[in-house]
Ligand binder design. Sequence first.
Ligand SMILES: Nc1nc2c(ncn2[C@@H]2O[C@H](COP(=O)(O)OP(=O)(O)O)[C@@H](O)[C@H]2O)c(=O)[nH]1
Ligand SMILES: [Mg+2]
Ligand SMILES: [Zn+2]
Length: 283
Amino acid sequence: MDGRVVAAHGRQYVVELADGILLSCFPRGKRSEVACGDRVDIQRTSDDQGVIEAILPRTSLLYRSNDVRQKHIAANVDQIVIVVASEPAFSDELVTRALLAAESEEIEPLIVLNKCDLADKLPAARDQLAVFAGLGYRIVELSARDHAEDLRPHLQGRISVLVGQSGMGKSTLVNALVPEAQAKTREISLALDSGKHTTTHATLYHLDADSHLIDSPGLQEFGLGHLDRQEIEHAFREFRPFLGQCRFRDCRHDREPDCALVAAVEAGQIDARRFALYHRIAG
Ligand SMILES: Nc1nc2c(ncn2[C@@H]2O[C@H](COP(=O)(O)OP(=O)(O)O)[C@@H](O)[C@H]2O)c(=O)[nH]1
Ligand SMILES: [Mg+2]
Ligand SMILES: [Zn+2]
């Protein structure tokens, strides 16, 4: 039978069957590549347990990595919702990295600026996001505490994943938009036998029959070690018109003569801070 992975916690997964039943599952074989959001073939081994036999073909896979390991964030999502807030301060490098991950997987990104009720902190947060707005990224401003509904139209008909540093208000959004979220979290924790109800794992919630929302654990870093230089260049969307225009085909856009990207930075067509981040990320 087939099901959908609605929670991933280490090598243990919760798979939801078509009738809503949750099974605790381990993948067959040692190397688990399963992610929250995956459609899987399972063999049911008892009332509440099963074995994942195969992962069905994915439309997307969002992950982060460092030099040693890769961590799946979510599979089959078509939108990544990057949550930041007026307070606490957020890292614009993390936002950039999440946007690069979205671009490289061709997943639609949406930035949410939460806690807009904190009026004195709002202008600084807006300033920090201005560069992303200038690049054409969509930004929705809201207050999850009492206007979480403002996000719902943007989630309609999509499978979205919420990412962001902890404290930005992801869980507040989920709890407001999904009335049965806390009950489902409890049920999943029980299936995982993790003994605690904190979100240490990614969890998929249903908004309606064809709108789903994955809450992922708070990210403090977003490694892009799996992307090569060329992929990173392309993921900076404003670089694209200039790629292939440098004198040298293998230009690293550093000290080479006649570099089209350096010229674009000097002409004010590429933001200098974005360019510096490119060098940091591409290494
Ligand atoms: N003032 C204000 N506080 C909020 C808002 N949304 C969330 N918070 C608070 O921010 C803190 C972190 O929220 P939480 O949802 O746990 O963040 P998460 O770590 O991203 O899941 C909590 O104390 C929330 O009550 C908001 O719109 N306005
Ligand atoms: Mg949370
Ligand atoms: Zn160059």
